[in-house]
Write a protein of this length. Sequence first.
Length: 293
Amino acid sequence: MDLNQVLSPAYLSSLKGLALKARMVLEGTMAGRHLSPFHGFSSEFAQYKGYVPGDDLKFLDWKVYGRNDQLVTRQYRDETNASVYLVLDSSESMGYAGGGPVTKLEYAAVLAASLAMMAFSQRDAISIAFGADGPEGFLPPRNNAAHLRLALQMLEDMKPNGRTDLESLFGKVAARLKSGSMTFLFTDLWQDPKAIITGLKEVRFKNQAASLVQILAPNEIAFLDGSNMELIDMETKESVRLSARHMKEQYLETLRAHTEALRAECFNLDVKFLRAETTRPYYHAMRDLLHRS
């Protein structure tokens, strides 16, 4: 059995325990590779600290000394412990499986748990936040074994609930972010792009490095086949009757335009954008997510 089978959502869904699944995904992701969620950011300025004898003089900031008569050195991200914020949209729509072996929320949880384990191994602090229009659950950033277990349990216990409001969710989470950290956002992005970008800007402008992961079920990417059917909104419970055969082309074009609009805005904001389908082996999604753009 190869990695595509062992680390597929279908196979891992038969196993119990999120920690086991995440460990298997992480091992498959790292096999023969050197990947890190902070790869490419190690030389980014993080903060100042007061100079003490023995510090490398090449990092002295003479401009600050000229202005304030104070000796300080510049620290970079690879010299400081970072905080990894894992933010999950847990609205009702994330409970949709749509022809896949797992729901979108279950898929997001495995990816987030794998990132949490990686961050822990690098001695970075882990934070978890999830909700529909605000943090229903929030775990502040820390790094110890007990905290990792708590983070994994929180991810495993999540249930889809509430109506999507990413502008509110991202905005409220942004208020809790610390500088010098990295944020991963997991959502199906089923909301007006303008509202999403408004919330995303708050995250990005908090001086965070951010990645936005759009998770979709197979039926959302390829749409449905058939004639007359009734579709029911999982969040509003509103229903509509339509012919899937006649609506498919329009739906796919609307989805393409929606995704491209968000992708373009993410490019402008220097936010990494990734789409993952819930049938895709987790380690493929992880490698794409961690690969330096």
